[in-house]
Design a protein around this ligand. Structure first.
Ligand code: GP9
Ligand code: MN
Length: 629
């Protein structure tokens, strides 16, 4: 060892070559580790997708090296060390962010610096960090020692030699990349960051999303082309025409509307018991008295809770990256609160946390909530669940109804909070989870049981105040409860096979609707998503909402849900956008994609239309007015 250090000291060229090789190798290893640590790629390690990802990552590291070689001269070893360090920080941040949000960090995410990233830092990192992540920093001591030995010994080199070095690295990098790139399904990149990350590696995905961000922000200033305008109009018209009848039309006309958006409540807890004890007894009782939609998928993306709020209140899809609440709060929207306001309703949004979180304060104005009660309006007398300083759901419900003037028709949008990742607050909660005691899933189930208890209290309050039979009451879950890294335990609990189509099929949230004086219950099993709730409500309340991208779940023949990442579930098949695999919905057999391709593209057009509406702010002005039916 000492001998080789001596040789390097005497011949810094060898040492320098070794340093470059180590740099490329170490960064490549970290890129590969990222793919598997996040479970984005899977075994066999040498599968075609994995090989593509490795080659593409290798190529991009060479291109980065080419830049360092060209720009830095005497300080090139120091520059390599710093670049390695910065890339390491990025990869560690990406890994932890990905483990919870199942997405990469991108520029729009930085708009939410105060909430989303800090949330990951405070909450997720301790529960998601993994000892194996040491891989990310294992090379740094060696690289640092190399820096000390070589930094003063490497000599200045002439520009021509530097340029030649750089050109060689660049050429190998570009040739490798251009060989790999056409093998990926490039059109899918627009819908799924994860697809590009899986196929071409984490660095390419960062490059691609940064490029799209820049392009999108320039495009935003441009006018909306006529064909795009027509495409949007046609889609709305088709949606309005596709209603198959008037079932339940007007059953809640002129009644109050009470919505509970339930934090992290997924469908698998509904009706489920452990050791004979129901997880959600109160929701189960309510379902016995209501319409229950048991095949509804969440469609949220980077804006998590806020995306669910947006889907519900506008029947548009959230944006693919970042949160629409942060990025497009200055837009004009058609929304449920605005529509009900026009009909003489008072509109309230209520949430026991900081008013600026998810930029709610600004966005609520844009979508038309006249009253917003947040942490500052509550007595913070009881805490549960998230961050230790969020108002408990129980106290939230206890204090909320008094904030509403029930003498006028009202729309109350209640957003709960306690059942929030990472759930360890509930570890000692009394609900018995049996073998799941002490696990992430076990703690989640306890949190869901607590959330259910609070909902039980709320329903009793509504009954006491004669609001239960005087309102349309709607409850739904906001988004996933269990991140992919804990998927194995969930599959085990549900006794289903660990497969990508099965994972997609369990991304369901409960949707319960009870209209005034409802006497019979019904279970509706048509496939839909959160985007469909608003048109369903508008039918029950007897008004038109012609700007919905969703369908009325009570009057439709169509059965599908489109995830924000471009995956699709219909009653025929499950299409996974990331792998471009199509599975038979019933038996899970892998199918040939070809016969489905046209239908898949027509479904994906919904995402495209929604993106144009939002990114180009098309509802501003009178350019796009949809006639009522
Ligand atoms: C915070 C709450 C949580 O106000 O809505 O947001 P989430 O982390 O679930 O998106
Ligand atoms: Mn949430």
């Amino acid at each position: 060892m000492l001998k080789s250090i001596e040789t390097i000291k005497k011949n810094p060229h060898y040492g320098e070559t070794l340093y470059w090789v180590l740099f490329i190798f170490a960064v490549l290893m970290k890129c590969i580790y990222f793919q598997f640590a996040t479970q984005l790629n899977s075994r066999p390690y040498l599968s075609f997708t994995n090989l593509m990802m490795m080659l593409s990552s290798f190529a991009i590291i060479l291109i980065i090296s080419a830049l360092v070689a060209l720009v830095f001269n005497r300080k090139r070893i120091l520059a390599l060390f710093i670049v390695n360090f910065l890339l390491t920080v990025l990869l560690i941040a990406d890994t932890n962010f990905f483990r919870y949000y199942y997405d990469l960090i991108s520029i729009p995410v930085f708009n939410n610096l105060d909430s989303r990233i800090m949330n990951t830092v405070n909450q997720s990192v301790p529960s998601l960090l993994n000892l194996k992540d040491i891989v990310f920093i294992a090379d740094l001591p060696i690289m640092f020692a190399g820096l000390i030995i070589l930094n003063k010994r490497v000599e200045k080199i002439k520009f021509r030699k530097r340029a030649l070095r750089s050109l060689t690295l660049l050429t190998i990098g570009l040739v490798t990349f251009l060989t790999v790139y056409p093998k990926a399904e490039v059109t899918t990149f627009a819908y799924s960051n994860n697809y590009s990350t899986q196929n071409l590696g984490v660095f390419y995905s960062h490059f691609y999303s940064t490029k799209s961000f820049i392009r999108e922000n320039i495009f935003r200033c441009g006018d909306l082309e006529e064909d795009k305008k027509n495409m949007i109009k046609d889609m709305f018209k088709d949606k309005n025409k596709s209603r198959t009848g008037d079932r339940y039309f007007g059953v809640a006309e002129d009644k109050n509307l009470i919505i509970v958006q339930m934090e992290s409540i997924q469908s698998f807890v509904i009706g489920e018991s452990i050791n004979g004890e129901e997880i959600t007894p109160n929701l189960n009782r309510l379902i016995d008295d209501s319409l229950y939609f048991d095949n509804i998928y969440y469609q949220t993306a980077g804006g998590n809770t806020s995306d669910a709020e947006f889907l519900f209140n506008t029947s548009l899809y959230p944006v693919e990256e970042g949160a629409v609440y942060y990025r497009f709060y200055e837009n004009t929207y058609h929304s449920l609160p605005l529509t009900l306001k026009d009909k003489g309703y008072d509109t309230y949004s209520l949430h026991g946390f900081d008013k600026d979180f998810w930029n709610r304060n600004e966005m609520y104005e844009a979508i038309g909530f006249d009253n917003f009660f947040s942490a500052k309006d509550y007595e913070m007398d009881e805490f549960a669940g998230w961050q230790g300083d969020a108002l408990s759901d129980l106290s939230f419900f206890r204090q909320s109804i008094d904030k509403i003037d029930t003498s006028n028709p009202f729309y109350g949008f209640f957003v709960t909070l306690s059942c929030h990742h990472p759930y360890d607050y509930f570890e000692d909660f009394e609900y018995d989870v049996g073998e799941l005691e002490g696990t992430y899933l076990g703690n989640y189930i306890k949190a869901a049981n607590y959330a259910d208890e609070c909902i039980g209290y709320f329903i009793e309050e509504l009954k006491k105040r004669d609001l239960y039979n005087d309102s349309l009451l709607v409850l739904y879950g906001d988004h996933k409860a269990i991140p992919k890294v804990h998927a194995d335990k969930l599959f085990e609990f549900l006794e289903i096979e660990d497969r990508e189509d099965n994972w997609a099929k369990i991304q369901k949230v409960p949707l319960v609707m009870r209209y005034p004086d409802q006497e019979t219950s019904e279970i509706l099993s048509g496939i839909g998503g959160q985007i469909d709730i608003l048109p369903t409500i508008s039918n029950m309340m007897g008004f038109d909402f012609p700007y919905a991208l969703g369908k009325d779940l009570l009057n439709t023949d169509e059965q599908y849900a489109i995830f924000r990442n471009g995956s699709i579930i219909t009653n025929d098949y499950v299409y996974i956008n990331c792998s471009r695999n199509v599975y038979d919905y019933k038996d899970g057999n892998l199918l040939d994609i070809e016969p489905y391709e046209e239908e898949i593209s027509s479904y994906l057009k919904e995402l495209e239309v929604s993106d144009i509406i939002i990114t180009k702010d098309v509802f501003k002005g009178t350019d796009l007015v949809i006639d009522k039916k």
